[in-house]
Design a protein around this ligand. Structure first.
Ligand code: KE4
Length: 430
């Protein structure tokens, strides 16, 4: 008998062939229980599963779908490009156009190198920093996630935090030992590391607004003070804007916070849902990259015309007036509705929001760093996730991810989400 193509059967088939049945761990729903729905298609603010259900989607592919899914403008441009070839392995005018857009929108970006993922952007940024300084040490923040390169799988957020494995197996002790961990939002440990080894730290890498322990905006002046420290000790400041780049404004959030980092990581939105990453920054650092300089880095599909076309069209759409005001309004509408739902049920919880990113933490009154995020009631979150799914709302399957709102989310869909949350939290009770 042909296997039936509903989610449960697809999960069984996938489990026999793909580790955990998924190509990225957070998708396996380990933190919320049960087996994941398989998504057949997506359009606008909705996804449609293999069982005939449709959901208002707050995963948004974890960031790229800021216009909404299957945006017709992007789809048309990508379709046209496909007729002109998929990947050339040679320079192309579209890469110049995307580089011009990025370097015009991002003050810190004098030059940019495109890669295929945020992880590759992190790998490249670290290698540039270590080459430029001749130093091995890295400082990252507990709960921040910068992809799965060895040096950064130490106290990592996102899926690593979700599964409770912030330090991955297979990372040599010698590599992990070069990575120091500080508490997000605090300079105390950073100062201590620099004082102990003033010429030992190559780079500090940070999410300017953390979104991988749930959403955690930094304290005022945290980023600016961090930059003063890196400048004082001759270390490179790397701002990881893979999520935040072009999410809150037409450019980077570090600039909004008054900081021009030495290197910026980009990804997700600049590819509009197709594989992409980018590292950008000072020309003197970027020119260390081969073939200009001694830092080798390469990629068969880096800057491929299909991903780049999707990125150009996404940025073109985001450049339109009123885009970010709309995203802010939708975020504020959802936040106030969820707050009302918590209050009406007398359920302990807190909401962290930055623009169109939002996380509802249960069982705590404040989340300002990873330790506080870990105290959240993840069991209640899992119940909330399932109750929302039953009510047609598809949330990220982890307390330690952000809800992503897109330009396609209408007020009606936001209000339907609020109504579903109010009902779900009533069921959970106080
Ligand atoms: P990728 O290698 O997954 O393209 O990007 C890694 C990365 C780097 N920096 C930040 C701030 C990121 O959030 C990410 C990846 N984000 C996660 C979601 N929080 C991707 C989802 C997944 O791992 O499946």
């Amino acid at each position: 008998m042909l296997p039936v193509n509903n989610s449960a059967d697809l999960f069984i088939r996938a489990n026999a062939l793909i580790p955990g049945a998924v190509n990225s761990p957070v998708r396996a729903w380990k933190a919320v229980g049960g087996s994941p729905v398989f998504i057949e298609r997506a359009h606008g603010a909705r996804v449609y599963d293999a069982d005939g259900n449709s959901f208002i989607d707050y995963v948004g592919s974890y960031g790229p779908a800021i216009l909404g899914h299957a945006d017709s403008q992007i789809a048309g441009a990508v379709g046209h490009q496909l007729e002109r070839g998929f990947s050339y392995g040679a320079p192309n005018r579209l890469e110049v156009e995307l580089a011009e857009r990025i370097t015009t929108a991002v003050q810190a970006a004098e030059k940019v190198r495109l890669v295929n993922s945020g992880t590759e952007a992190a790998m490249t940024a670290l290698r540039i920093a270590r080459a430029a300084t001749g130093r091995p040490g890295i400082i990252k923040f507990d709960g921040c996630y910068h992809g799965h390169t060895d040096s950064l799988l130490v106290r990592a957020g996102s899926g690593a935090m979700t599964l409770g494995v912030p330090d991955s197996a297979g990372v040599p002790e010698a590599v992990a030992a070069q990575t120091r961990i500080a508490g997000y939002g605090s300079l105390e440990a950073v100062q201590r590391y620099f004082s102990a080894e003033p010429a030992g730290i190559a780079a500090v890498i940070v999410e300017p607004i953390a979104a991988n322990m749930g959403v955690v905006p930094p304290p005022p002046d945290f980023l600016r003070s961090l930059h003063e420290l890196t400048r004082h000790y001759g270390a490179v400041l790397i701002c990881d804007e893979v999520i935040s780049g072009f999410r809150f404004r037409y450019g980077t959030v570090s600039e909004m916070l008054g900081v021009k980092p030495d290197l910026v990581m980009l990804g997700k939105i600049i590819g509009g849902g197709l594989p992409i990453g980018g590292v950008a920054g000072k020309a003197e650092l970027m020119d260390l990259l081969a073939p200009e300089g001694p830092v080798y880095q390469a990629g068969t599909l880096s800057g491929n015309p299909v991903s780049v076309t999707a990125g150009i069209e996404t940025l073109r759409a985001l450049e339109q007036a009123g885009t970010y005001a709309r995203l802010e309004r939708s975020g504020a509408r959802l936040e106030s509705g969820l707050r009302r739902a918590l209050e009406r049920a007398g359920r302990q919880g807190t909401i962290n929001r930055a623009g169109s990113l939002l996380t509802l933490f249960f069982g705590v009154d404040r989340v300002a760093n990873a330790d506080e995020a870990r105290r959240a009631d993840t069991l209640t979150f899992a119940r909330f996730f399932r109750l929302m799914l039953e009510r047609g709302i598809y949330l990220p399957p982890s307390q330690f991810e952000a809800m992503f709102i897109s330009l396609a989310h209408t007020d009606e869909e936001i209000d339907a989400t609020i109504a579903a949350a109010d009902d779900a939290i009533q069921v959970i009770g106080s």
